[in-house]
Design a protein around this ligand. Structure first.
Ligand code: ZN
Length: 429
């Protein structure tokens, strides 16, 4: 057991440059994690944004460069950000990075060059060629401009670790990962496949590899862990806790993408998690970036529920404090509830039925533009509420509260848990 939970940090992860003003409005000035593809695609805009920011880091998103992962292609071919990344990361290499690279078979020299390229992109891309532009925005002298657009740490490249070959590829990259680059500390990253979490031997091997490295921090990510409720979820969460617990013995463990489960891992030693207004859903490539389907996040149930389930709960609540206990205690929800239930539903829960293979869906809707935007704002407030709750609760207080709220929701024949229960039965069947 760890007491990291009381210092748990939320690092914001905007998906689009346009989300920045909203992030500040909702949560004030916080450290951010930028996606390298966004840095590549809109360098000048982001360079200006990070000036005066508390500190930032760049996720090199190296895993996404394999087109088979579904990230690189837009409606009109290769997306610009990924084209720039592939060329920057591949400088001096005689193979194309837009593919599945078997790093275990690449020479030490080429791997080291790749490492230097990926780290140098994070260190210098925002600064290079924008120096003159930045001076227009900042009256400070050039040295502080340089400091201002320099990340506080660099993240090492990572692959999707799902089996033995992939773990060999990741280890081959770690072997050439320096502890620091141009005076900036380097942090390790592992993206572990969901199924790998059920493989105790693989977790032990991975942890042993990492513990032997001199790096102080390690980012962990399990892509798509919770997108589907399933009977194996509990087993995977146990594997996840196990991994975090082992790593936390010698590293600062951080969650590259954090939902409620990752923040709960702070009781095992996670000290920081990245989360954005899309609340992780954007990381499912097949849906694309942007949560436009009509699901409402409840920081009470710690789950997404369909708009119509949320609307049912709103309908029977008679006060904002009741709503706070049943669905969400955030300031936005309280304000909208005071304006009236029609306003609440119209602004936060509005959408049109989603077309599916079997006709129009009756549970999932396509959010209106306004509702999608309102939900992003609400998501940020909800996430902050969850993080504060964890910070201020011991593990046993938290687990008591989760149990009580599960029991209360269970008694509620019409509410959130009824829907969760039937979704679980469907996914197990
Ligand atoms: Zn809310």
């Amino acid at each position: 057991m760890s007491d990291e939970h009381s210092n748990l940090r939320l690092r914001l992860r905007p998906t689009f440059a346009s989300e920045w003003p909203m992030l500040r409005d909702a949560l004030g000035d916080q450290e951010v994690m930028l996606n390298a593809n966004a840095v590549a695609a809109s360098r000048d805009a982001l360079a200006v944004r990070v000036l005066g920011q508390q500190g930032f880091k760049i996720d090199p998103v190296t895993m996404r460069l394999d087109p088979a992962m579904g990230w690189t292609q837009g409606t009109s071919g290769l997306k610009r950000g990924y084209r720039i990344l592939a060329s920057a990361y591949g400088r001096g290499l005689d193979f194309d990075l837009l593919g599945a690279i078997q790093w275990r078979n690449v020479s030490v020299e080429d791997r080291a060059r790749y490492l230097a390229n990926v780290l140098d992109f994070q260190r210098g891309h925002l600064l290079r060629e924008t120096r003159d532009l930045l001076q227009l925005f900042s009256p400070t002298e050039l040295t502080s401009v340089e400091l201002g657009v320099r990340p506080t740490a660099l993240l090492a490249p990572y692959v999707h670790v799902e089996g033995e070959d992939a773990i060999a590829d990741q280890i081959a990259l770690w072997q050439v990962t320096p502890q620091s680059f141009e005076g900036i500390p380097v942090e390790l990253v592992v993206a572990l496949g969901r199924r790998a979490l059920e493989d105790d031997a693989l977790i032990a091997r991975l942890a042993a590899e990492v513990i032997g490295r001199p790096h102080a921090a390690m980012w962990v990510w399990v892509p798509g862990l919770r997108l589907k409720l399933s009977s194996v979820l509990a087993r995977r969460v146990n594997g996840y806790r196990n991994l975090v617990r082992i790593l936390a013995g010698s590293k600062k463990v951080k969650a590259l993408h954090a939902d409620f489960i990752e923040f709960l891992m702070s009781y095992e030693g996670v000290d920081e998690g990245c989360s954005g207004p899309q609340l992780g859903v954007a990381e499912e490539a097949s849906r694309g970036a942007g949560l436009t389907i009509g699901l409402f996040y409840s920081p009470i149930a710690h789950a997404f529920v369909p708009y119509k389930v949320a609307a049912r709960v709103v309908e029977r609540c008679s006060s904002a404090s009741e709503l706070a206990e049943e669905l969400c205690p955030c300031a936005l929800c309280a304000d909208l509830f005071h304006e009236g239930k029609a306003t609440f539903n119209g602004l936060l829960l509005a959408g049109t039925p989603l077309k599916t293979k079997n006709g129009l869906s009756d549970t999932v809707v396509q959010a209106t533009r306004d509702a999608a935007q309102m939900n992003r704002f609400h998501n940020l407030l909800a996430r902050q509420i969850e993080v504060n709750e964890i910070r201020n609760s011991s593990a046993s207080e938290m687990s008591d509260r989760l149990m009580r709220s599960a029991l209360r929701l269970l008694e509620d024949r019409n509410g959130v848990l009824k829907w969760l229960g039937s979704a679980l039965r469907r996914s197990v069947a």
